[in-house]
Design a protein around this ligand. Structure first.
Ligand code: ATP
Ligand code: MG
Length: 553
């Protein structure tokens, strides 16, 4: 079984297995149907892992990638490209070519004509306000449109002339003739085509009428031989319409729509529209800002694809609405990086250490493992010199027993190097420590802990003579509110420290750190080079995730 599969059992899997056992289907066909009106987010990752994962689990089964592109006004070819990249990065392959609902516009038109010919659809000329009025409310039935019983031939003629561009937007629409008194509002003669003089990213200016989602989705599923059409719970009351359309046109396949609960994540927005608003308001820098819960943002932040797959597996698939803890996503990232992330040293808030008994011109090349538990990852070289940097928080003039770092007149071990003792320090006019003077013990290299010294503390360091300067972007959660979607003013729930920029040093070998691949900077957290802004001349590292959940109560 591949790790890409979604093995844990769930109610959808039970339905599928019953369908395979009863012989209703020999194999399954799923699809992932994004609307190209924004970038994919963590919620979509759940749907991707579910749909593609199921197809991997059953013999001869497959999953299509289909762009649900019926609303040209909001869509864009850039989004199409970004979505393809994200699905691929997550590790999945769609069957055959990429599909577009717009590939089926001609067939959809023919099916609409069939409905009209059978007296099951009509051209309606009510305006928007009248249409609303006629629709009724949840507690009162609607009224039939005065156009509902117009002759079939008249509707046919008008529909063809709608297509030919003879009428203005909003003057006419095609509606299914179902039931204006239905308790399900979706069944009250829903609109299935409207006029839009809009350029489409796939079909150009060929069409000026566009089919609605509910008419398009079920037919596209049937055309592609989809067996199980998985969608989120808000589509539950669309299902009767999905089934009605397929029952009233000449089409063999009868896919089954099954709804599951969408992923809601603490401290996170999962709506493309709301994410787009963050960009418009300059709260973040773009769709791939590392604080965005988009797949591209998480990739840039350093989240491994496998950790998102693991997260999707752990949250499972149900019909219950719930909110998943942010900590559980971060735990998946941390576990993955703890096992796979190369170790390195970075000093984020530097102060200088001078080792007074070390030769001024000497630079030793020490070696350290890339990963303490995985020898196959090899070793790395650490230049060691008389002048070093350590973190400001790692030296104190005095400290109690809990403070196991460098104290004046006490010893500490430099990670992967020697034991040093602090003898003296200097301060600036404000009393800030600028320099710590130490002596080192040449006999303590690499002998920890067998060299018999009682040195409890180990701190990290970077040579001041041979290193790389680096900018560190310390990312944290974007919102202070657990449910930011409920906030009246999004600005009032932005966490002001969602990004803190620092400048320091990383070890020499990181000059060519690969973007998006996170290291464990020892004692500091997981970081990766930024894919947009990091260059060998000016390294920029994003904090992927802290070593521990600092928010845990
Ligand atoms: P958004 O509200 O972000 O625009 P959407 O549902 O409109 O989301 P689509 O592009 O239409 O976005 O979604 C593609 C697929 O992803 C659909 O099948 C949808 O149900 C699923 N999906 C979207 N958001 C989530 C989520 N939070 N959890 C699980 N599945 C989701
Ligand atoms: Mg949508």
């Amino acid at each position: 079984m591949s790790e890409l599969e979604t093995r844990p059992s769930n109610f959808i899997r039970t339905i599928i297995e019953n369908d395979l056992e009863s012989g209703k289907h020999q194999a399954i066909q799923t699809r992932f149907p994004p609307e190209p009106n924004g970038y994919l987010h963590i919620g979509h990752a759940k749907s991707i892992c579910l749909n593609f994962g199921l197809a991997l689990d059953y013999p001869n089964s497959a999953c299509n990638l289909r762009f649900d592109d019926t609303n040209p006004v909001k869509e864009d070819a850039d989004y199409v490209a970004a979505i393809e990249k994200d699905v691929t990065w997550l590790g999945f392959k769609w069957q055959g070519d990429i599909r577009y609902s717009s590939n089926y516009f001609e067939q959809l038109f023919d099916y609409a004509v069939e409905l009209i010919e059978n007296g099951k659809a009509y051209v309606c000329e009510l305006n928007a306000e009248q249409t609303r009025e006629y629709r009724g409310t949840l507690t009162s039935p609607g009224k039939n449109s005065p156009f509902r019983d117009r002759p079939i031939a008249e509707s046919l003629d008008l529909f063809k002339r709608m297509r030919a561009g003879e009428f203005e937007e909003g003057t006419m629409m095609l509606r299914a003739k179902i039931d204006m008194a239905s308790p399900n509002m979706k069944m009250r003669d829903p609109v299935i085509y409207r006029i839009r003089f809009a350029h489409h990213h796939q079909t150009g200016d060929k069409w000026c009428i566009y089919p609605m989602y509910d008419f398009t989705h079920c037919i596209s599923d049937a055309i592609e031989g989809v067996t199980h059409s998985l969608c989120t719970l808000e589509f539950e009351d669309h299902r009767p319409l999905y089934d009605w359309v397929l029952a009233n046109i000449t089409i063999a396949a009868k896919p089954r729509q099954i709804e599951f609960s969408r992923l809601n994540l603490q401290y996170t927005l999962t709506s493309k529209r709301k994410l787009n608003a963050l960009i418009e308001d300059n709260i973040v820098t773009g769709w791939d800002d590392p604080r965005m819960p988009t797949i591209s943002g998480m990739r840039r932040r350093g989240y491994p694809a496998a950790s998102l797959r693991e997260f999707s597996k752990r949250i499972g698939v149900t019909k219950q609405e719930n909110t998943v803890e942010l900590a559980s996503l971060e735990a998946c990232v941390r576990e993955n990086l703890e096992a796979n992330g190369a170790r390195a040293m970075a000093v984020i808030d530097p102060i200088k250490v001078i080792i007074t008994n070390y030769d001024e011109d000497k630079i030793e090349q020490l070696t350290a493992p890339v990963h303490p538990k995985d020898e196959s990852m090899g070793t790395r070289t650490l230049p060691f010199s008389r002048e070093l940097y350590i973190d400001r928080a790692d030296f104190r003039e005095e400290g109690n027993k809990q403070y196991k770092r460098l104290k004046l007149h006490k010893e500490v071990r430099l990670r992967n190097a020697y034991v040093i003792r602090a003898d003296d320090f200097k301060t600036d006019a404000e009393g800030n420590i600028t320099e710590v003077h130490c002596t080192y013990d040449a006999g303590t290299l690499g002998k920890n802990p067998e060299d018999g010294r009682k040195v409890k503390g180990v701190i990290h360091w970077v040579s001041a003579a041979s290193n790389n300067q680096a900018e560190f972007r310390i990312y944290d959660r974007l919102f202070t509110a657990e449910n930011p979607a409920a906030a009246e003013d999004i600005h009032s729930v932005i966490y002001p420290e969602s990004l803190v920029v620092k400048h320091g040093f990383v070890e020499k070998g990181l000059v060519d750190a690969k973007a998006e691949v996170a290291y464990q900077f020892e004692r500091e957290g997981y970081f990766c080079a930024d894919s947009k802004d990091s260059t060998p001349e000016k390294l920029v590292f994003n904090r992927t995730v802290a070593l521990r959940d600092s928010w845990a109560g």
